[in-house]
Design a protein around this ligand. Structure first.
Ligand code: PMV
Length: 329
């Protein structure tokens, strides 16, 4: 347990907390290839994105009720907005499954993961909450238990979930992930740079997943063919990573985007940003995550190219960009 002092925590209606007694952390993620298809059992390639992370600190509430303090919502858990129901579920499941006392806890959530941008914010906050509760009560929480509990919250957030977000927010390596299979960790180590660009438009994973499902019901042949193509690209993409062939990987990212677009989960703003990356010399570019807004990624050969591409993506409307050196990932 941590006993670090914190100061200057001042929520409107809740007395100041003197010390932190439980702490949990998690980070964001980037899906390189295979989003949406992964819901139907196709493998996906994803990597942790540690520049965006969340920390949850728990101390006893001075009153008897449990309290959430965050930039998004500051108030009692009983009055939490509906779109935080997944977090409430994770808290309840943690306390119930470990037979822990339901006494008033004060949760302080600090996150720099943009919400609703396909970066796995909801799963990351849930993972950090579960870890903080385990730390607070000093209980052993296995990765399996963690994923089981957080995924039940994710089902509320996204309805149909592959479990990829939960895994990625709690894991340190890039992985090849397939639903119900053991994930395969690997290292990227590519002489290339990845640009992540936030369109500034809230992504709508739940809606996007539901619309792909509806399209599947209406045009099964079309969607099956798209899923088969994405599966082929993901497998070739994994091969390209093993062969350190960044040109091929870039090409496959672009093909993957074409099919996501066909499935109707892109957005005109994302398409503009992605097209700007292509024109600025990216090896490939696509949307990442649930889509209908959210983020795009682009692959660049050199740091200088990456800067030019990031600039072009900003000119095309991206509100924020990050550049990752894939040699160290
Ligand atoms: O938008 P995000 O970060 O929640 O990513 C969703 C990825 C999907 O494949 C669309 C859904 C899932 O559960 O895998």
């Amino acid at each position: 347990m941590n006993e670090n002092e914190i100061t200057n925590i001042n929520s409107d209606n809740e007395p100041r907390q003197a010390s932190i007694l439980g702490q949990g952390k998690a980070h964001s993620k980037i899906i390189l290839m295979g989003e949406h298809a992964v819901v139907y059992g196709v493998p996906a390639i994803a990597m942790p994105f540690k520049a965006a992370s969340v920390s949850v600190k728990i101390s006893p509430s001075k009153t008897n009720r449990s309290w959430i303090e965050s930039d998004y919502y500051n108030g009692p858990i009983s009055l939490m907005p509906n779109d935080m129901a997944n977090l409430k579920k994770v808290m309840e499941l943690m306390l119930d499954s470990f037979n822990l006392p339901q006494k008033g806890l004060h949760y302080r959530i600090e996150s720099n993961i943009p919400i609703g941008r396909g970066m796995g914010s909801s799963a990351a906050v849930s993972v950090a909450i579960a870890r903080a509760i385990a730390d607070y009560y000093d209980v052993e929480l296995s990765d399996y238990q963690l994923q089981l509990i957080v995924n039940q919250g994710e089902v509320i957030a996204h309805e149909s979930t592959s479990g990829l977000d939960t895994l990625m927010s709690s894991t340190n390596d890039p992985v090849m992930y397939q639903k119900s299979e053991q994930p395969v960790p690997f290292s990227l180590n590519l002489k290339a740079f990845l640009i992540l660009a936030d369109s500034g438009i809230e992504g709508q994973t739940k809606k996007a997943v539901a619309s792909v499902r509806q399209l599947f019901e209406e045009r099964p042949k079309f969607v099956k063919e798209a899923l088969n193509s994405i599966e082929r690209f993901v497998k070739l993409g994994y091969q390209a990573i093993q062969n350190r062939d960044v040109t091929e990987l870039g090409r496959l990212l672009t093909y993957n985007h074409y099919y996501l677009n066909q499935l109707g989960v892109s957005h005109p703003s994302l398409d503009r940003i992605i097209q700007a990356a292509w024109y600025a010399g990216a090896l490939g570019a696509k949307l990442t995550g649930g889509g209908l807004g959210g983020c795009a990624i682009a692959l660049a050969k050199t740091a200088k190219d990456a800067e030019l591409i990031a600039e072009a993506m900003q000119l095309a409307g991206a509100k924020q960009t990050w550049i990752l050196n894939l040699e160290s990932e």
